[in-house]
Design a protein around this ligand. Structure first.
Ligand code: EPZ
Length: 428
């Protein structure tokens, strides 16, 4: 097992380049199943969730070639069975996207129940509601979701609440269905728009992505294309917060500033300077960090995937901040780890009350999920002293070369092989 060892208190300075968006790329990779010709994806982040998705496609018989670290060639025409292998699918939420893409192509899909970050119960009832609306039936068999349809007919789909995954899966199932599908109460995240742009470049007919009504007229054929994934708004936001937490001066390059607006607004409220350029944002601090209140919302609101990182910043701000995150059942598991570093946070259900303590102190901590792990890195960078973070496999799910990128900004962070406690005991 590996861990990060960080000697904190060093202001980050310089420029960091943002990679392709994880939550767009996992959808685009799944969408290649719908393509009737080979296609190429560029700016694909080199992260473990993507590696797993590529292995799933390979194990299903697709021809997948890495043209370089971030460019992938796909030919999925050789997939014949609409079944996803068990072991990898259970380790991430994105495997649910194979339900919609295999259903859209084969009119059938068997996918192990999805896994993903432990943020509480994460059912897929709205995904199944979308499939049912198009004429598919569903059952659970041997721990897998099984969906099937004689044919897929366009229809109206109205989601009970905003859900990114179900919106993605509704698009996958509808893009080759017969006739018109109208998705209402759709998610509006940038990765939804990226998926629609990718499919439309192949010849799909999807309108309204990025709004809460998406209209899809089914087509018969999707041609091969070369397409580049959008930059990752959450990776970018994470580095913006890291710059602020270390009172540094950082340019975050290769971003779409509009995707970062809710994060920019909140950072400015805390007294952080954010200058927006065409494809970069410049973040610096020249005064005290101030408290603020925060409520996570679906896009364009403040993203839940930035809540742990921003809450960590607020532990160092003057005054009392209130953070509400009711997107998931429990996205505050990281708070116990921050308390080990001297943070003063109390959590009641989906609300955290944060008393600014000014300075955190280094300590051994654990990553409890992907974005919680990123929060631990930010805390370690800002803290006085040394912080050791284990379970960094969570962080590697969504951040490409995070330690290398941080060293490029002057951070003292090392990746260390953690001796297996058992092995040490056995060796006496
Ligand atoms: C996606 O998860 C992201 N994952 C999450 O990012 C992100 O936090 C989330 O969207 C919200 O933006 C990927 O894109 C791979 P939802 P998803 O469907 O699709 C409930 C990260 O850190 N719900 O919008 O699972 C659900 O339990 C990850 O990158 C149902 O009840 O999110 C949650 O409480 C973490 N039934 C809420 O809705 C359903 O059928 C929002 O879920 C679907 C969802």
């Amino acid at each position: 097992m590996e861990k990060f060892v960080i000697n904190g208190g060093i202001p980050l300075r310089g420029t960091v380049n943002i990679s392709g968006a994880k939550n767009a790329a996992v959808a685009l990779v799944a969408a290649t199943i719908l393509c009737d010709e080979p296609c190429i994806l560029e700016n694909v982040p080199e992260i473990s969730d993507i590696t797993k998705c590529l292995k799933i496609l390979r194990d299903m018989g697709a021809d997948i070639q890495l043209k370089d670290r971030n460019t992938v060639y796909f030919d999925t025409r050789s997939i014949t069975e609409p079944k996803v292998p068990e072991e990898l699918a259970r380790t991430m939420r994105a495997s649910s996207y194979f339900l919609g893409t295999l259903l859209g192509r084969f009119h059938e899909a068997y996918v192990p129940m999805p896994g993903g970050c432990n943020l509480g119960d994460r059912p897929i009832d709205q995904h199944l509601k979308a499939f049912n609306a198009l004429g598919a039936k569903d059952e659970i068999i041997n721990g897998s979701n099984h969906v099937w349809a004689d044919s897929l007919i366009g229809n109206q789909i109205y989601f009970d609440f905003v859900t990114v995954g179900a919106t993605m899966n509704a698009i996958f199932a509808a893009v080759k269905a017969k006739g018109m599908t109208v998705i209402e109460n759709a998610a509006k995240e940038p990765h939804i728009v990226d998926l629609a742009n990718f499919l439309n470049s192949m010849g799909a007919d999807i309108r309204g992505a990025g709004t809460d009504v998406i209209k899809i007229r089914g087509v018969e054929y999707l041609k091969g294309v070369t397409y580049a994934t959008i930059p990752d708004q959450i990776e970018a936001g994470t580095y913006m917060v890291a710059a602020a937490a270390t009172k540094g001066d950082v340019t975050i390059a290769n971003v779409i500033p509009k995707h970062l607006e809710s994060i920019t607004v909140k950072l400015r409220k805390c007294g952080v300077h954010v200058e927006e350029n065409d494809e970069s944002v410049h973040v610096w601090v020249d005064g005290p960090l101030m408290k603020t209140s925060l409520k996570t919302m679906p896009h364009p609101g403040f993203p839940t995937d930035m809540q742990p990182q921003f809450s960590t910043l607020l532990t160092m701000a003057e005054g009392t901040s209130i953070v509400t995150d009711d997107i998931f059942d429990n996205r505050f598991r990281y708070v116990a780890e921050l308390r080990r570093m001297g943070a003063d946070i109390s959590v009641d259900g989906k609300v955290a009350v944060i008393q600014g303590v000014g300075q955190l102190k280094g300590a051994p901590v654990s990553a409890t999920d992907l974005r919680a792990g990123a929060a631990m890195v930010i805390a370690g960078l800002a803290a006085q002293g040394t912080t050791e973070i284990d379970n960094i496999f969570y962080i590697e799910r969504g951040y490409e070369n995070i330690d290398e990128k941080l060293r490029g900004l002057g951070a003292d962070i090392k990746r260390v092989i953690k001796p297996d406690v058992e092995a040490v005991k056995l060796s006496g």
